[in-house]
Design a binder for this molecule. Sequence first.
Ligand code: NAD
Length: 274
Amino acid sequence: MNLSSPIASEAAQAFAPARYSGIAGKAVLNTGGASGIGRAMAHGFARHGARLMLLDLDATGLAATKAELQAAYPSVEVEVVTASITDPAAVEQACADTEARFGRIDILLNNAGISMNKPSLELTPDEWRRAIDIDLSGVFYCAQAAGRRMVRQGGGAIVSTASMWGLASSARRVAYCAAKAGVVSLTRSLAAEWAEHNIRVNAVCPGYTSTALVESLLARNAIDGEALLARTPLRRFGTPDEMAEVALFLSSDSAAFITGHALVSDGGWTADGF
Ligand code: NAD
């Protein structure tokens, strides 16, 4: 499906990335950096002069993102680690590697995730566990391992990629909605608990965004693209760059008083009938 529309092209032309202070020189651990929103975040943070550790299961995608960043920003410091966020020991090792390379972890972009669309009566225990393991438990393991270091170093910022489905709910997405609602909830809990350590914890809640994840759902007819566009007040899908922009804002000095917030970027979906 062609995800562009007249409104989408106008929005793309009008999109001028902002510049945020407080990002240059920061050590950033970015999960899911091989693709989609995480890849766009890597570009956005590299453009701002951050130092990047990209974590993903997809070694080929990681190498591609790293090469793109080095071509676009010749002075960028970027490393990659192939690991699963569902493995607490691997997550701990990735955080240790990030600290060894950059001396600290200032920002965690807790973004890796999968979709899980299926009627509830057909969802197998393995599918339920897979969605919860990746989309919720993995997000907690990363926050905990990075958070321990942020406590020791006296501060940091965490931005997790939840979803509009963490705030709204939907048929045939029970595991995904439950996991993403869990991400919004853990964001608030950790924000309250770690504020005394100068750690801000926020979430971005994207609506439908043009990435491989959505393309694969469209290809399998797991979602109806035309119906989704018709349901979205702005009549287009979001772009990965627009989600990266939210993560940049939430990580930056501009958001210094914002913690425990779930910022929705969904073209008006949740406003219309939520
Ligand atoms: P994507 O498939 O393009 O990228 C996700 C990345 O996460 C992939 O590179 C994948 O290899 C990686 N990943 C998956 N499981 C992993 C694991 N166990 N350990 C490490 N890495 C793993 O998808 P995307 O659309 O960029 O999604 C990024 C995040 O945004 C996800 O958390 C997703 O739920 C969320 N989100 C996406 C949309 C959308 O419409 N695209 C909407 C709302 C929320």
